[in-house]
Every structure is written in C-alpha cells, then in structure tokens.
Design a protein around this ligand. Structure first.
Ligand SMILES: N[C@@H](CCC(=O)N[C@@H](CS)C(=O)NCC(=O)O)C(=O)O
Length: 199
C-alpha cells in the first residue's frame, strides 16, 4: 500500500493509524504547491481533487477522504481495535465523530492556512472553531477518548487537527481537556514513529 502525504497535514492521521496497526505502508511525499510527488508523478493524476491523503492499494484501487481511509486501515487490523466493529451502534458513533472532525474542525482550519483568505473569513472560521473545540473539550473532560474508554481512529484524527493550532495562533491549551488529550496521544509510540517519519 502507498500513502500519499504531506508532512503534518491531515494525511498524518492515516500514517499514525498504519503505525498503530503495524501495517506495511510506503510513504510518498506530495508537494501540495506544485502537485508533484517526490517520485516525479503528477499528483493531479493520483487525485483529481489535488489533496492528500490518498491510499493506493496493492490491487490498484484507490481511496481518498480521511474518515474513509482511517476506517479502512482500522478494519485491516481488527485485533488492534482501532474502530468498533462494523454494524454496531458504536461504529456509527465513530463515524459521527469522524464527520464532526472533518467538516466542523478540519475544514474550519483551512481558511487560517490560506494566505488569500480575507480577515473576516478567518475571524468567522476561528469563531466556529472555538465553539466546536469547546464542544469536543466538554466531551473529553469526563472520559479519556472520544468513544469513552476505547482509543480509536477518531482520536488520531482529532489529535492531528489540534496540532495545527500552534501554526495559526489558536491556543489549544485554553481548553485543559484538549491539552491533556494532545499530551496523552502524542506520548503513544506509534504517534512518535509517524511524526519522526514525516520529519
Ligand atoms: N476532504 C478531504 C480533505 C483533505 C484536505 O483538506 N487535505 C489538505 C491537507 S490537510 C490538502 O491536501 N490541501 C491541498 C489542496 O487542497 O490543494 C479529506 O477528508 O481527506
């Protein structure tokens, strides 16, 4: 399997999950500015939307979209219990969190990284992020992980999104529950391994 990634981007989440699940994965770095891969491929041909992550399977099939790739990888290693079993109510709760992180958190960070975004757009994004992060913090105040006692791929995705706070001057530490969560997840060996591999 090949994972097309950009260092520190949302593609770090499937990278961490591959490390957690001990799945063999080949990393292909993408320059998101030029849309060229480090192997000289035109990334537009890998993903017509031009964004990472993309998971290229050994049979030639491809998957994009973080919430889907994360679940696919978790399902390849069921013994690691990184996602509740398919068909259970807990699996829908996992998907609820993955969608929340994707549309309410991840995508509200996007204007903050966009040098062409107007100040008003950035302010609106920060306001929305603030309410969504507060909601995640309230949820995590009483339990170690998003799904309760069980660590899952949703925690990995949230951890990666929270790591962007420092680049856009959004202080995650103002929510102690989130700060504790980040500290806990970042101490995991698989997380450290993926961070080192992305340099
Ligand atoms: N809907 C996609 C969004 C992925 C995404 O926003 N990727 C960013 C990095 S975090 C990216 O590659 N941006 C470059 C671009 O859109 O040109 C997903 O969930 O995977």
């Amino acid at each position: 399997m090949k994972l097309y990634y950009s260092p520190g981007a949302c593609s770090l989440s499937p990278h961490i999950v591959a490390c957690e699940a001990e799945l063999p994965i080949e990393l292909i770095k993408v320059d998101l500015g030029s849309k060229q891969t480090e192997t000289g491929e035109d990334f537009w041909r890998i993903n017509p939307n031009g964004y990472v992550p993309v998971l290229l399977l050994d049979d030639g099939n491809k998957l994009s979209e973080c919430p889907v790739i994360l679940q696919y990888l978790a399902d390849l290693a069921p013994d690691k219990k990184l996602a509740p079993e398919n068909g259970t109510f807990d699996r829908y709760l996992l998907q609820q969190w993955l969608n929340f992180i994707s549309s309410e958190i991840h995508k509200n960070f996007s204007p903050l990284f966009d040098p062409n975004a107007h100040e008003a757009v950035k302010e609106a994004a920060v306001a929305r992020l603030t309410t969504r992060l507060k909601s995640a913090a309230n949820h995590l105040a009483g339990q170690p992980y998003l799904l309760g006692k069980e660590y899952s791929v949703a925690d990995v995705y949230l951890f990666v999104a929270l790591s962007w706070g420092r680049y856009v001057d959004l202080e995650i530490a103002k929510w102690p529950a989130l700060a504790r969560f980040v500290e806990k997840i970042s101490a995991r060996p698989a997380v450290q391994k993926a961070l080192q591999e992305e340099d």
